[in-house]
Design a protein around this ligand. Structure first.
Ligand code: GLN
Length: 306
């Protein structure tokens, strides 16, 4: 299959839908993004690349960063992570607090905000937010094979100013003893991680290890063991789109992770990593046109895992 033809065809498929959905505005710095952008990039395990639309325009990856933070935490601490965070879909919005009280401060999974805050707490490992962010940034640059990946300080500051819900979640979890570091440190690290600025090409390249049993095919580096990669894909499939994870599995059939910046990362195991970006979101906070593009791509390729 010619990947560039595929990307061009999918770009044409969604051309009439550009601008649909609502741009996230609870983080003021994200509200300014033009909803008509659309980018798509594919990186295949056998070294092919294809990109279309605004695939070279950096955007805020937001919750897509949770996949990479989970990779780092699993690689560092392994199975004990599962004593602190579950692996069940929540059926609740990304920033929900309701299950936490009933479940004693153990978040349902690492891809909702509550779970991601626990993962970030693990990554702090007794150090400073600056050190943890430097680690995450170094990891992303290495995986993207691109030193241009950066943290957008304005987006991080904007979220810090308005992140009352995440502050509530972190304090609540800490009250149950499931966050070890000062809440301010966890939040500072989490907001910077979410403010990573990447384009579709970089994102697809960075996630390729998840399509290749944990090994980056570009340099042969073992990013995580094969079992870890399989498990991350399983969690992306069941939890990566919050209370719309079932719908994404139904329509696309690939492990995926969305972010409120409008990005979606999808993995076709054994084949490719795909990044789509369109800033307009649906009611569950997932990219409306991004999901549509991935649905078309999955139909055209037969890459659904089902
Ligand atoms: N930084 C955002 C938040 O915590 C990430 C949410 C998302 O992308 N769904 O609210």
């Amino acid at each position: 299959m010619d990947l560039q033809e595929l990307v061009d065809a999918v770009c044409a498929d969604v051309g009439g839908h550009l601008g649909r959905g609502r741009v996230a505005d609870y983080i003021p710095a994200l509200a300014r993004v033009d909803p008509r952008h659309f980018g798509l990039a594919i990186a295949s395990v056998d070294g092919q690349h294809a990109a279309g639309g605004d695939a070279d325009m950096p955007f805020s990856i937001q919750s897509i960063s949770k996949v990479f933070a989970l990779t780092l935490a699993l690689d560092r601490i392994g199975d004990p992570l599962w004593q602190r965070v579950g692996r069940e879909p929540s059926g609740s919005p990304f920033n929900s607090i309701v299950q936490l009280e009933r479940e004693q401060g153990i978040p349902r999974n690492p891809l909702i905000n509550a779970g991601a805050l626990v993962v970030t707490d693990c990554l702090l490992a007794g150090g400073t937010p600056d050190a943890a962010i430097a680690d995450i940034l170094a990891f992303m640059r290495a995986r993207a094979h691109d030193a241009a990946v950066c943290v957008d300080a304005e987006v991080a500051a904007s979220e810090a100013e308005t992140g009352f819900r995440n502050a509530s979640l972190a304090n609540f979890i800490r009250a149950f003893g499931n966050i070890a570091h000062p809440v301010a440190d966890v939040l500072a690290t989490y907001f910077s991680q979410c403010a990573l600025s990447m384009d579709c090409r970089q994102l697809a390249q960075a996630a390729l290890y998840l399509a290749n049993d944990g090994i980056d095919p570009r340099d042969g580096e073992i990013v995580i063991d094969a079992e870890g990669a399989r498990r991350i894909n399983a969690i992306m499939m069941t939890c990566g789109h919050y209370d719309a994870s079932g719908d994404f599995a139904f329509r696309v059939g690939l492990p995926g992770k969305s972010g409120v910046g409008g990005g979606i990362l999808a993995i076709a195991p054994g084949k490719a990593a795909i990044a789509a970006w369109a800033p307009g979101l649906n009611d569950q906070g997932n990219s409306l046109v991004g999901a549509l593009a991935l649905e078309r791509l999955s139909r055209r390729t037969g890459w659904s895992v089902f």
